[in-house]
Each structure stands twice: as structure tokens, then as C-alpha cells.
Ligand binder design. Structure first.
Ligand code: C2E
Ligand code: MG
Ligand code: MG
Ligand code: MG
Length: 273
């Protein structure tokens, strides 16, 4: 009986896998079309000063306006874009949008930092510096107004070419932030070698602040030693914000203030100049 049950489960799993593989193929071809049809859109989530609660920056987050499924979030399609290589043109497109938006906001007197998420493939590309220079030139965006967000796991490899490129970019004035911090395995020695300006504490630690603050405390003291700007991600309650401010966290993002919104809605959150 146990054996038969096992057999049934196998059949069940393989049917499931076939459905999953089919869904994935559909998504892959839809994504290619989506790029050509201009179905991607960039939304901006405000980053606020923990003390004054003024908007100091924006994180560019890509969305897919799917013709029948509505707004699709990046968790569903970025991994596929990374596997297929579409992340390179898509990532460049997001960067161009964000740089243009940052330039526009600066022209209007809003000295915001606009952050853009980079995938491993983009950071490891030998064309990274050239791409960034071109985008800055075309957009008229001041380098100081752009921040590159890279994830912790990227810092683990002994990639001296990548380190060289990041150094060159940082020297131009571009900011570099480490995203989702605490979910990878980096240590102080790794962090010190990279030209970092900012560290974003992962939402999973912010979530647990009220019950298990130890990790967030540790990350914040580490940032102080390394003299990094500290941003808390995923702040949803005033209790969390109060705790973070008391610990010396500089900035925060989260549903407490706003989710990511289209650029025109974002502007309504800015103080008049
Ligand atoms: P991330 O860079 O860590 O971005 C933060 C994510 O947390 C966003 O999800 C944001 O909407 C969500 N979030 C913000 N505040 C809160 C909150 O208070 N509570 C909760 N529960 N969630 C909050 P989103 O937009 O779905 O993006 C997911 C991930 O997709 C991003 O994580 C980033 O890694 C990736 N991503 C987004 N846009 C791009 C892009 O243009 N390029 C690349 N390579 N990755 C991107
Ligand atoms: Mg990010
Ligand atoms: Mg993050
Ligand atoms: Mg995160």
C-alpha cells in the first residue's frame, strides 16, 4: 500500500512539474514580448529620514503591466530574466528610467537619491562602467543622485575585476548600497574591501524587531564601525520606526510611509520647493 501511494505521488509530482515547466515557457516568451511592447514600468518607493520623516530618496522597483494578469511584481519575473539573460536589457532600461527621473527631480529642486537594483549579471558585466557613464551622460543625472543596490552574496566571490569596476564607479561619485543585508554570509573583512556607502537591513530583521532585536542591533553597530549609512527596509509600524531611530538608524522605507508608486504619485509625497 505504501508502495502504491508512492507511485501515485510520483505521478502527481511529474504532472505538476510538467504544468510548471509549461507555465515557465509561456512566461519566458511573454517576457520577451513584454519588453518589446513596453509593458514594463518603474515605480518608486520613498526612502525617508528616520528623524524628520522627510523623503530623502526613492527606490526604483520594476513592475510588469501584464495585459490580462494586471500588475506583476518582480519576484515573479526577475529570476526568469536572470536565467534567460533578459535582465541585461531590462536592467539597463530600468537604470535609464531611474536616471532620467533623478535628473528631472534634481532640476526641480529635489535633491533625492534614486536607488536602482542590480543583478549579478549586470555587476559582473565588463561593460558596467561604460554603461553607467553612458547613462549618466544621456540623462544628465548627477552621479551623486544615483545609488546602485547590490546584494550581499555578490561580495563573497574573489572577483577583483568586479571590485575594480565598483571602485571606479564609486570614484565618479555614484553611491553603492548593499541590499537585503543579513540574508547572506558576508563578514566584516569582506565588507571592508568594497567601496560601500550604505547598507540596507533586510525586512526579515525589521519584522522581528519587537521580539528579537539582537540581529538588527548587531547590524547597526557594525554599520557604525564601518561608517555606513543605515537604511531599514520594510518598516510597517511606528513601534519599529521608534526603535530604529533610537538605535541611530538613518533612513527607512516601508508600508508605514508608502509602497512603491508611479512617479507622478511619488511627487505628491515631496515637500514643495
Ligand atoms: P528589494 O530591492 O529588497 O525591494 C524591496 C521590496 O520590498 C519591494 O518588493 C517592496 O515593494 C517591498 N516592500 C517595501 N516596503 C515593504 C513593507 O513595508 N512590507 C513589505 N511586506 N514589503 C515591502 P518588490 O517591488 O516586489 O521587489 C522585490 C525584489 O525584486 C526587490 O527586492 C529586488 O530585489 C527585485 N527588483 C525589483 N526591481 C528590480 C530591478 O529593476 N532590477 C533587479 N535586478 N531587481 C529588481
Ligand atoms: Mg533593493
Ligand atoms: Mg532590499
Ligand atoms: Mg529585501
Amino acid at each position: 500500500r505504501a508502495k502504491r501511494l508512492g507511485g501515485d505521488q510520483m505521478a502527481f509530482y511529474s504532472a505538476d512539474l510538467a504544468v510548471e515547466a509549461g507555465r515557465r515557457l509561456t512566461l519566458e516568451s511573454e517576457l520577451l514580448q513584454a519588453f518589446d511592447r513596453g509593458e514594463f514600468v518603474v515605480h518608486y518607493q520613498p526612502r525617508l529620514d528616520a528623524g524628520t520623516r522627510q523623503v530623502v530618496g526613492a527606490e526604483a522597483l520594476v513592475r510588469w503591466r501584464h495585459p490580462s494578469r494586471g500588475l506583476v511584481l518582480p519576484g515573479e519575473f526577475i529570476p526568469i530574466c536572470e536565467d534567460t539573460g533578459l535582465i541585461l536589457p531590462l536592467g539597463r532600461w530600468v537604470l535609464e528610467q531611474a536616471a532620467r527621473q533623478a535628473a528631472l527631480w534634481h532640476q526641480r529642486g529635489h535633491a533625492l537619491t534614486v536607488s536602482v537594483n542590480f543583478s549579478a549579471r549586470q555587476i559582473q558585466s565588463q561593460a558596467l562602467v561604460e554603461t553607467m557613464d553612458q547613462v549618466l551622460l544621456d540623462s544628465g543625472c548627477p552621479p551623486q543622485a544615483l545609488e546602485m543596490e547590490i546584494t550581499e552574496s555578490l561580495l563573497l566571490g574573489e572577483d577583483s575585476a568586479m571590485l575594480g569596476q565598483l571602485d571606479a564607479l564609486n570614484k565618479r561619485g555614484l553611491r553603492i548600497a548593499i541590499d537585503d543585508f543579513g540574508t547572506g554570509y558576508s563578514n566584516l573583512a569582506y565588507l571592508e574591501r568594497f567601496p560601500l556607502d550604505c547598507l540596507k537591513i533586510d525586512r526579515s530583521f525589521v519584522n522581528q524587531l519587537e521580539t528579537r532585536p539582537a540581529i538588527a542591533e548587531l547590524i547597526i553597530s557594525m554599520c557604525k564601525v564601518l561608517e555606513l549609512q543605515i537604511v531599514a527596509e520594510g518598516v510597517e509600524t511606528t513601534g519599529q520606526l521608534d526603535w530604529l531611530r533610537a538605535q541611530g538608524c538613518h533612513h527607512y522605507q516601508g508600508f508605514l510611509s508608502s509602497p512603491a508608486v508611479p512617479a507622478d504619485r511619488f511627487e505628491t509625497l515631496l515637500a514643495p520647493v
